[in-house]
Every structure is written in structure tokens, then in C-alpha cells.
Design a protein around this ligand. Structure first.
Ligand SMILES: *Cc1c(COP(=O)(O)O)cnc(C)c1O
Length: 461
């Protein structure tokens, strides 16, 4: 399997190269040259299998020669051994024909662990055998950073720098990034919002001299390997509900479009998905895009679901590539327009978008009300992101098709919103119950490319 850039001007890469480089040299994102197909029989066989088995079968065709079968099985086994639930990504039922897919049983309590734990093991194996060292730089609205630090802390071949928006992540998120004591971990509190952090990260990747100098590697959701890891749970959950003999729908609380794009990939691979619903908070650029065809930035309004406070949704570029018939030049032109505010989809592209996705938006008040209502009706305590998903799913679903809403974080990761909605402060799971007592370590940094590059040069080992 080879990987091509969404902008059509970068060399084709292997899985290993695409994983280690993140962003393509032409500024695009890597996507597989074609979508591998899984037969109905194979999908049917997933019901009842351990998560790791399904993960192996779903991801194997994408990995090519990068890992042997044996090595890849070991990587998967190690990646999910730190999960606190034997099913890894279990489901609970919320209502007749509505399920919640719990993706928060990893070490940092958000779905980002599902991909990041795997990436940590893949990097370690690939770099270790090549005798290489890389500098991983990531931008986070909170959860990616903690998941990356947790996945890479203490590894020999990696320094990890995480840019997060100062004062705009929850205390649990911040502490998960600032309390690991390992010398290869560096949390940078940037004076700006998440889009600033993401823009500085992109600038670093586009500075080819710097990129070479520090052996820059990226693990943001633009990294193809992250999207790939997330494809797996669409298969495990759908098969548990009767796929491929029964269609299943999904609602995904969406920010950077990585998680829902993974659902789209599952569909391209043969999983019969009826609806893929994009759920946004008040930062609703993607909902407006589906509704109107205009993809226009409006600035970020901080919300109680901060991991979705995004206006530039990086992985949307991967979908654009497909709905513009894989023409890199068309995607490049749209991305240029986006820099100065936005673009309008062509009629053909909009029709293709609407054929694959529907969407909904959840206000701050509705998010809180959904947390309150779900606790009352089912006893389930939702994190605010998952509540956005459940609210939109209830509005969009057709009652005769099973709906799976992705629960993207544990409620204890966002205790203030949950307490406001329920009157109860959710407890942290036991393995991190001393998080509030651990010493913190971070560096304040300006929203400035040169200054950030200097910090990275000085700190990396
Ligand atoms: C990252 C994140 C999201 C958004 O996922 P994307 O892949 O960026 O769309 C939603 N909820 C939580 C808790 C997250 O950490």
C-alpha cells in the first residue's frame, strides 16, 4: 500500500514513511492510494472476537511491508494492554436502538489513546530498528497532547513537545501534560487558541530546514496512522450490532474531523453504514458546511466541550480530496482560499458530501441539559463532548436503524461541566486519583514560530 498527498505534489510514501513524516512536503495530508475491501464474511466474523484480533485484520492491509505479521500483532497487543476495560471499546445502551461506544478506557481517559498508544508502539519499533531519533511536535486542544505524552514518555528514540493553548484546556488535561517527570516530555503553554497552536505546528512542518534539523515528526490527527487506528472500533461496534447483515449508523462528536473520517474509511472498506452524523458544538463550521455548502471560518468561541473548539478542521481536507475526485490541484486551491476565510463547495462536491454525511449542532445549554437528562433517564454520566453527540444523534437518527454515538472522553476529564449539569463531581479512576497532587512542569511560550523553534532546539536531547 502506498500513500499519496491530498495536494498531489509530494512523492508517494510507504506506510512507515507516511507515519513518521505526518504532513506531506506539499502541505497536504497522506491518504492511501486505494481503499482495501473487507468481505461480508470477514466483517461477520468480527462479532465476538477480541478487539486486538479485529484491529489486526482491519489495519493489516494498510501497513504493507512496514511490520511483519508477528511484529504487528505484538504492537497491537502492547498498545491496548494499558486499557482499563477488557473489551477495550465497550458499548452501553442509552435508549431503544441507541448505543454509546465508550472510547475512554485508555490511560488519559479520552478516545485519543486508542490511536496514540498504537502510534507509540509503532514509532518505537520502526525507529528502534533504524537507530533513528525524532522530535515529535504536536498541537492540542487538550486530549491529543496528554495522549501523546502518555504514549511517548520515557521512550529512547523520541522527544515530545506539545503546544497547548494557555488557560484553554481543562485542569485534568493540563495536569496530564505537565505532571509526567520524564526528561523527553515538554509541555509548552502557548499564548493563543488551539487554531494558533495548530497553525504554528503547520508552519514548523512547512519550514523544511527546521524539519530536517530536528527530525520533526507529527502525531496530530493529520497523521494517517491515527486515523487508521480509529477505523477499528467502527467495525467492532457495528459487528456486535449485527453488521454486515444489518446497517448501523454512527454519530461522532467532531472537531478536527479525524474520528468521523475514520468512520468514512470503514464505510469505504465495505462496512454498511447507513448514516454518518457530524455533531458539532457552537463551533459549527462543519455543520454549516453540510447545511449550506459554504466552509467559512468565524473564529473560535470557547465552549464546555473544548476538544471540539476548532474552526480549521484539518482532516476535512482528506474528505475534500475524495469529493473532488482525488484532484490535488482542486484541494490546493480550496486550501488557499481557506487561508483568507473560507470557500464554497462546488455543487457536485456538496452533493457527494451530503450523500455520505448529515450533521447537527448542539448549543452550550443543550449540552448541559443532555448530561442532566441522560443521567436521569439511564444513570449514564456523559462528558460534554459525548453529550453533544448524543443530543445530535437523538435529533438525527431514524428509529429503525441502530445508532452508535461515540463517547469520546470520560466525564471525570471535564468535571466542571458535569458538576454543573448533575450536581455531582465525577471521580477520577483509581489509577490517576493522585493527579491533583503531582508536581507540574511547563514552559510558557509566545504564539511565534521563531520563539517556539528556539525552545525546541534548546530542549531536545
Ligand atoms: C479530539 C476530541 C474530539 C474531536 O475529535 P476529532 O477527531 O478531532 O474530530 C471530540 N471529543 C474529545 C473528547 C476529543 O478529545
Amino acid at each position: 500500500m502506498q500513500y499519496i498527498s491530498t495536494r498531489g505534489q509530494a512523492p508517494k510514501l510507504s506506510f512507515e514513511e507516511a507515519m513518521l513524516s505526518g504532513l506531506a512536503l506539499d502541505g497536504g495530508l497522506y491518504v492511501p492510494e486505494s481503499w482495501p475491501q473487507l468481505s461480508a464474511d470477514v466483517i461477520r466474523s468480527f462479532a465476538g472476537q477480541p478487539y486486538e484480533e479485529v484491529a489486526y485484520t482491519v489495519m493489516r492491509p494498510f501497513v504493507g511491508e512496514t511490520f511483519t505479521d508477528v511484529a504487528f500483532r505484538e504492537i497491537i497487543a502492547k498498545a491496548y494492554s494499558a486499557f482499563a476495560h477488557e473489551a477495550r471499546c465497550p458499548m452501553v445502551q442509552l435508549a431503544p436502538n441507541h448505543w454509546l461506544l465508550e472510547l475512554f478506557h485508555g490511560p488519559t481517559l479520552a478516545f485519543k489513546d486508542v490511536a496514540m498508544q498504537l502510534i507509540g508502539q509503532m514509532f518505537e519499533t520502526a525507529l528502534g530498528r533504524a537507530g533513528k531519533r525524532v522530535t515529535i511536535v504536536g498541537a492540542t486542544s487538550g486530549d491529543t497532547g496528554s495522549a501523546a505524552i502518555e504514549a511517548f514518555r520515557g521512550l529512547d528514540a523520541v522527544d515530545v513537545f506539545i503546544l497547548y493553548p494557555h488557560n484553554r484546556v481543562s485542569e485534568v488535561q493540563r495536569r496530564q501534560m505537565t505532571t509526567p517527570a520524564e526528561a523527553n516530555v515538554h509541555a509548552l503553554a502557548v499564548d493563543g487558541d488551539f487554531d494558533d497552536c495548530q497553525a504554528r505546528l503547520k508552519d514548523m512542518f512547512n519550514d523544511h530546514t527546521f524539519r530536517e534539523e530536528v527530525s520533526l515528526a507529527g502525531v496530530n490527527s493529520i497523521n494517517w496512522a491515527r486515523v487508521l487506528a480509529q477505523v477499528v472500533y467502527f467495525f467492532t461496534s457495528a459487528a456486535a450490532l449485527g453488521a454486515p447483515d444489518r446497517k448501523v449508523s454512527f454519530t461522532v462528536p467532531t472537531g478536527n474531523f479525524g474520528d468521523i473520517f475514520a468512520g468514512y474509511v470503514a464505510k469505504r472498506m465495505g462496512l454498511p453504514i447507513e448514516q454518518l452524523v457530524i455533531a458539532t458544538n457552537q463551533n459549527d463550521i462543519l455543520h454549516r458546511t453540510v447545511a449550506t455548502g459554504a466552509h467559512k471560518k468565524q473564529g473560535v468561541q470557547p465552549s464546555i466541550s473544548p476538544s471540539m473548539d476548532i474552526q480549521v478542521s484539518s482532516n476535512f481536507e482528506r474528505l475534500l480530496f475524495d469529493i473532488y475526485d482525488r484532484e490535488g490541484a482542486a484541494v490546493s486551491a480550496l486550501m488557499d482560499e481557506l487561508k483568507s476565510g473560507g470557500f464554497v463547495l462546488s455543487q457536485g462536491a456538496l452533493e457527494k458530501l451530503r450523500a455520505e454525511f448529515s450533521s447537527g449542532r448542539c448549543s452550550e445549554d443543550d449540552t448541559l441539559a443532555e448530561i442532566t437528562a441522560m443521567r436521569k433517564r439511564t444513570g449514564e454520566v456523559l462528558c460534554p463532548h459525548s453529550a453533544v453527540g448524543v443530543f445530535v444523534a437523538e435529533a438525527e437518527r431514524s428509529l429503525d436503524v441502530p445508532m452508535v454515538t461515540l463517547a469520546t472522553a470520560h466525564p471525570a476529564k471535564f468535571p466542571d461541566a458535569v458538576e454543573k449539569a448533575t450536581g455531582l463531581r465525577p471521580d477520577l479512576p483509581q489509577h490517576m486519583s493522585d493527579l491533583y497532587e503531582r508536581a507540574e512542569r511547563m514552559t510558557r511560550a509566545p504564539n511565534d514560530l521563531g520563539a517556539l523553534q528556539q525552545i525546541i532546539r534548546e530542549r531536545r536531547s
